[in-house]
Design a protein around this ligand. Structure first.
Ligand code: GDP
Length: 400
């Protein structure tokens, strides 16, 4: 300190450019973690001309120096924010440059096509053979197919990164709370043999297949008794409908012991029709008590009591929401910005395809192809504008 007193012994590491996180010269000071010490070191450094980093500034410098591309920079953020190991795995794969690696050959193919067409225009008078229409179409479609495949990874990438909400609905006593607990693997909701006791939706976070899930248990869907006692329940039912409308996936629980094929309870029928066109799964719960197993493609037999069918239920949910999960080390689009860049590129290629079909002059076709290329460059950050970059890095924490 200023009196020459030794406060701490620190490890100081010097990373010489370009072998550092930012590719610039970096000095790291590791001292003991007491807040007063850290504060003192930061102040001392600032008195000697240092300043505090902006959020994400280190990663932004790594990006600006060209050491990482924009999808990798975004992966740094995702890795820090990861709540499950699966999220961390996906982020780590992106950080390793999975998207950039997959895009590079596609981009090279596109650049090659553009170069060929431009050469054809420049040398048209010299009788240089123009590329035949069929070849142009084949090239465009080949590139388009690869980009479309990458675009479809977003359905899984988005879910892994952001998670989803899952609502459990069904008539009173069907076993919703028990199923909720079974999925949570611990007691949370109060399970009772009295119908209509779960009044408010309760939610818990859990992970299914490494995907973060907010699980909502909802009040039994039935007409509440009239009078003051029914009031709380009516409120619960209202909130159930709200949560149902918001949920990404709904589990509709039917009591297998009272179930007769072809004769659904009117409330279950109403619930089913309200779920039409939305991701959901109907389960026949209490299958341990049902006389005969009724497994069909539509219904899944479960027992909240014995745990039977729970793994199948989890698998069905994941498949319905994400499709088959791709290999973690393959390229995944994990945010809307990335998905938008790819779909923009595909749209431009579509326009180019039609231009080629209609034998529109290559000058015009080239405009579309350049547009497709620009969208790919936007994905990796080659052509991103400053305000987009500022927006992305501002979501980082300071010191990253
Ligand atoms: P909810 O009103 O739909 O939330 O239903 P609960 O989860 O409170 O369950 C109602 C009753 O059914 C309780 O007595 C549970 O112990 C029982 N129950 C729930 N699931 C099962 C199951 O899979 N098998 C059996 N045998 N009983 C169950």
């Amino acid at each position: 300190d200023e009196h020459g007193f030794t406060l701490d012994e620190a490890v100081v590491t010097f990373f010489a450019a370009p072998h550092s996180y930012t590719s610039q010269d970096v000095v790291e000071i590791a001292c003991h973690g007491a807040p007063v010490l850290l504060d003192y070191v930061v102040r001392a450094a600032m008195q000697r001309g240092a300043r505090l980093a902006e959020p994400g500034e280190f990663t932004q410098r790594a990006f600006l120096s060209g050491r990482i591309d924009l999808t990798q920079a975004e992966a740094v953020h995702d890795l820090i924010a990861a709540q499950t190991l699966q999220q961390a795995r996906v982020a780590a794969a992106q950080l390793g440059g999975a998207v950039a690696r997959q895009i590079a050959p596609v981009k090279a193919q596109l650049v090659h096509l553009i170069a060929e067409l431009e050469a054809g225009i420049d040398f048209a008078e010299d009788d240089l053979e123009l590329m035949p229409q069929a070849n142009i179409l084949a090239e465009i479609d080949g590139i388009r197919t690869q980009l479309t495949a990458l675009a479809t990874t977003y359905s899984y990438g988005r879910i892994v990164r952001d998670g989803f909400t899952l609502a459990i609905v069904g008539r009173p006593n069907a076993g919703k709370s028990s199923l909720f607990n079974r999925l949570l693997e611990r007691e949370r909701a109060i399970v009772t043999a009295q119908p209509g006791t779960t009044r408010d939706p309760i939610s818990e976070r859990l992970a299914i297949g490494g995907v973060p899930v907010e699980l909502v248990d909802t009040a039994g869907l039935r007409d509440a008794p009239t009078g003051p006692e029914g009031e709380a329940e009516t409120l619960g039912i209202l909130r159930t409908r709200e949560r149902m409308a918001e949920a990404d996936f709904v589990i509709h629980v039917i009591d297998a012991t009272t179930f007769t094929a072809g004769a659904l309870h009117p409330e279950d029928r109403a619930t089913l029709s309200s779920l039409e066109g939305r991701p959901h799964q109907v389960v026949l719960n209490k299958c341990d008590m049902a006389a005969t197993p009724r497994t069909s493609n539509v219904y899944l037999d479960t027992s909240a009591k014995t745990g039977e069918g729970i793994d199948a239920l989890k698998a069905a949910i994941l498949t319905a929401l994400t499709g088959a999960a791709p290999a973690t080390d393959s390229a995944l689009l994990t945010n809307l910005r990335q998905h938008q860049a790819i779909t923009d590129s595909v749209a431009a290629l579509d326009a180019a395809h039609h231009a080629a079909l209609d034998l529109i002059p290559h000058e015009m076709l080239l405009l579309d192809l350049h547009c497709a290329l620009e969208a790919l460059d936007r994905l990796t950050g080659v052509t991103s504008t400053d305000d987009i970059l500022a927006l992305i890095f501002s979501t980082f924490c300071i010191g990253k």
